[in-house]
Design a protein around this ligand. Sequence first.
Ligand SMILES: Nc1nc2c(ncn2[C@@H]2O[C@H](COP(=O)(O)OP(=O)(O)OP(=O)(O)O)[C@@H](O)[C@H]2O)c(=O)[nH]1
Ligand SMILES: [Mg+2]
Length: 361
Amino acid sequence: MQVKTFSAPTMELALAQVKRELGPEAIILSTRKVSAGPTESWTEISAAREPLTVPDEAKPAADCASSKVIDDIQEIKSFLSLLISSKDQLTQLRTNRPLAELYHSLLAKGLDEKQVFILLNKALSDLDGETAGRATIFNAFCKRLVTKINCASPFRAISDASGPSVYTFVGPTGVGKTTTLAKLAAHLKIKRRIELAVISLDTYRIGAVEQLKTYAQILEVPFYVAQSKSELHTALEDLSHCDAVLVDTTGKNYLDPDHVNHLRSLFDGRRRFSHFLVLSATAKDEDLQQTIIHFRDIDINSLIFTKLDETIHHGCIVNQLVRFNYPVAYLGTGQRVPEDIEPATQKKLLSFLLPVGNQAA
Ligand SMILES: Nc1nc2c(ncn2[C@@H]2O[C@H](COP(=O)(O)OP(=O)(O)OP(=O)(O)O)[C@@H](O)[C@H]2O)c(=O)[nH]1
Ligand SMILES: [Mg+2]
């Protein structure tokens, strides 16, 4: 396979070089922006002429990393064909100043470039050639974006169910699963007067049980520890009079596939669990994406993002909602229990794309 690197002042010019030298079948292996001074940057593309093939004998050993490379290549290929088919819009990005400014401000918020490009294209076609300022284009962009993002109200139907509704909090280490559970437990017990109980499956970390037990004692709700599937189900039998049970789980490195398999086996069976996947807004976009992919094997009901107070770039939250079909239920905004949590709304999510200071309260 012939691999070559191409550099040009813009992505469009670099792609044109790739096409000229390696032909339309060229595969893009990577792209990056290279700084060429304080205000200038070049685009560098590595491309190959032959398709990447995995030898048969190597296939059984193909691990997550190689399948990710293939996924990335597919994604770059589809983005490339999108760029090529959107030549007119690309030209507009250079010549239409409000559009270019909006495009760059959305990227600066951490939004995914491909998603921005696709949604802006749709927004422009909605405006039907009308000469529009930045605010008008932004409104058209938001109208398109809201069709892609959903919010959930997972506790709305609690009292209609027969037997307790059971909610689990799963996710990587240290994202705020236990804290978020405690915040929501307080909300359900104090504001909604729901008959509630808490179970901890987290016996991995010293102190984890004590942390949750303390919250349960303050709220005066029953607290159980379960170390196995059968202990979990026994606890749930004991709690059959409750309206809702919140279940805390151990945080583990999300790259450990055994962890998700273990969780899945715990929750397999006839009983329905609603799973919250808890994620930190401070994580990198790529890591959030991979985490969701790993946890997809569990039937996730909705996402919760925590630590919004620890970052000013909230675009990565929006990226996951557009990329995956999961709704978002809650946003964690600080360490205080129970105050620092709020239900996610589309208005709040869109406000992340406004300049800091104009965001929804
Ligand atoms: N700033 C900020 N900190 C938070 C938020 N939510 C949780 N934290 C903090 O994050 C740290 C970890 O919180 P935990 O609730 O223990 O996280 P966890 O996911 O249960 O951790 P493990 O069980 O160890 O995987 C604590 O210091 C929390 O106070 C939030 O929304 N904002
Ligand atoms: Mg915990």
